[in-house]
Design a protein around this ligand. Structure first.
Ligand code: NAD
Length: 516
């Protein structure tokens, strides 16, 4: 079928829960995943001397999942040298060849789907539906960017000129691209950044999040198996402050694709600017302070369903999650009572069980930040509800979803990255003020709107500065090629991931004029 951008491409189908064979295959893969995974730097000609660090399961810290080894400084140096030397040949390869490798990567990701799902569950504490979505999105990025690369880089663009002159515009990879990814989409975001940089002719050095090196290691092995040369796709596990910072200081780096917090994006921007080197490109996709506005014409049942889904599922650890529910006063009591009731139904616990709605948060540090925020809210706001947790949560880093009613948006200074929803009542006359307040946060990632009044929907969606606005539905789960994703202001630089302009930031343009 022809997709949104006239492509002959279908998004990945995921797992069919109506098919017993598919469910059994998935259950077998997860049951078999008691193996111990390992991640090391993947850099030809280098062996790191660092001592391996154990990886434990966020759902039960007594369970060891594997170990990872950081890159030492000699390995970082070797990776930069390898990448700079290997990039020109990779860039000379026709874009169609690189696109084919991405499509092969997509096929291999599907072949190894069971193991990758198990790994996302065990290393990142993802629920099974979230882990399935990870693999699907990674597959979609590969196939979507392969298609885009054929269109953009497949042939030079022939430009007009006077008689006797030919003009052509060629696109090339920029050089060495560093891809720095977060733990919350350990496969999808890792792959999305890396394959976009590769297919446009760049050599990639990937620095995944410290918490999810095992997923990144398997993904890199799959890219190599699909045909990406080892020196063109290298992996450097390590701390952001050491390995990540060392990469961003290096003059051989032509660009950085970063997804993570706004603070880290600023640090990377400063490091790149301080180099005595060519000005590098930074693509940063960062945090959000996402609102959902419900007016009195909206359906309370739908508002609550979408608020619960957008704020609490994935343990609130999506950049797109709803953090603030603005509910118009006429329906506020009803919505708040229904919200508390819906939170009673949430099943929090072991992510390996299909019955689980919400798993653990990523680590102790994340839990501590959430505990501190909750303690402050208990003093400054009205607690609506804390969801109940099962006993199996006792050994993991779990944080029960909760909702507070606050008086002012000023009570939230920064992004709260977990399952906490803040509810604010508003009066009809306040709509402009709300729009101004949301814009004044400086973030601009997602926005939810619930209303059945066209003029209200239009007013909000035209005036709130966000990258992704969702009306009368949840505000998470952007689909590749369907809802290009990314924000503005403190939420990112663009271009949008999974959209038709993303690849353009990874290339440099060269015009060739020939006097014929
Ligand atoms: P983080 O900023 O702490 O870390 C992200 C990555 O940056 C990690 O790989 C880390 O090691 C590295 N890093 C840290 N310091 C560095 C430095 N000085 N130099 C180079 N690299 C460095 O973010 P996180 O906690 O892993 O992820 C959660 C954040 O990511 C949230 O703010 C969330 O909103 C954001 N996020 C945004 C999007 C989006 O598309 N806009 C998507 C997912 C997550």
């Amino acid at each position: 079928p022809v997709g949104l951008f006239g492509e002959q491409r279908k998004n990945s189908m995921g797992v069919n829960f109506g098919n017993d064979n598919e469910i059994k295959a998935l259950a077998d893969a997860i049951a078999a995943s008691v193996q111990s995974w390992k991640a090391t730097p993947l850099v030809p000609g280098a062996t790191s001397s660092a001592t391996p660090t154990p990886v434990t399961d966020p759902a039960d810290r007594r369970r060891t999942v594997g170990s990872w080894q950081a890159a030492d400084s000699a390995t970082v140096e070797k990776a930069l040298g390898n990448a700079a030397a290997a990039q020109p040949d990779w860039d000379r390869m026709p874009a169609a060849g690189r696109a084919k490798i991405l499509e092969h990567t997509a096929d291999l990701l599907e072949t190894h789907r069971g193991e990758l799902i198990a790994l996302c569950v065990r290393e990142a504490g993802k629920t099974i539906p979230d882990a399935i979505a990870e693999v699907r999105e990674a597959v979609d990025f590969c196939r979507y960017y392969a298609n885009q690369a054929r269109k953009l880089l497949g042939h030079p663009e022939v430009l007009p000129g006077p008689t006797g002159e030919s003009n052509q515009l060629f696109l090339h990879g920029r050089g060495v691209f560093v891809c720095i990814s977060p733990w919350n989409f350990p496969l999808a975001i890792f792959m999305g950044q890396v394959v976009a940089a590769l297919v446009t002719g760049n050599a990639v050095i990937a620095k995944p999040a410290e918490q999810t090196n095992l997923v990144a290691f398997r993904a890199t092995q799959i890219l190599h198996e699909a045909g990406v040369p080892a020196a063109v796709m290298q992996l450097l596990p390590g701390d952001g402050a050491t390995v990540g910072a060392a990469l961003c200081k290096d003059p051989r780096v032509a660009g950085v694709a970063f997804t993570g917090s706004t603070e880290t994006a600023r640090a990377i921007n400063r490091a790149l600017a301080a180099r005595d080197a060519a000005i590098a490109v930074l693509i940063a996709e960062t945090g959000g302070q996402n609102a959902l506005i419900a007016d009195s014409s909206s359906l309370p049942e739908q508002v609550v369903k979408d608020a619960v889904n957008s704020a609490f599922y994935s343990a609130g650890q999506r950049c797109s999650c709803a953090r603030i529910l603005f509910v118009q006063e006429d329906i506020a009591d009803k919505v708040i009572a229904m919200l508390a009731g819906a939170m009673d139904e949430l099943k929090i616990g072991e992510p390996r069980l299909l019955s689980t709605d919400i798993g653990p948060v990523i680590d102790e540090d994340a839990k501590k930040i959430l505990d501190e925020h909750s303690a402050r809210m208990e003093k400054e706001a009205r607690l609506i509800k804390v969801a109940k947790m099962g006993e199996e949560a006792a050994h993991g880093t779990f944080f029960a979803p909760r909702a507070f009613e606050i008086n002012s948006l000023c009570q939230l200074k920064r992004e709260v990255f977990g399952p906490v929803l803040h509810v604010l009542r508003w009066k009809a006359a306040d709509l402009e003020k709300i729009i101004d307040q949301i814009n004044a946060t400086g973030y601009g990632l997602t926005l939810g709107v619930h209303s059945r009044i066209d003029s209200t929907i239009e007013k909000i969606s035209r005036n709130v500065k966000v990258g992704n606005c969702y009306v009368n539905r949840n505000q998470i789960g952007a689909v590749v090629g369907v809802q290009p994703f990314g924000g503005e202001g403190l939420s990112g630089t663009g271009p949008k991931a999974g959209g038709p302009h993303y690849l353009t930031r990874f290339v440099t343009e060269r015009t060739v004029t020939i006097n014929t």
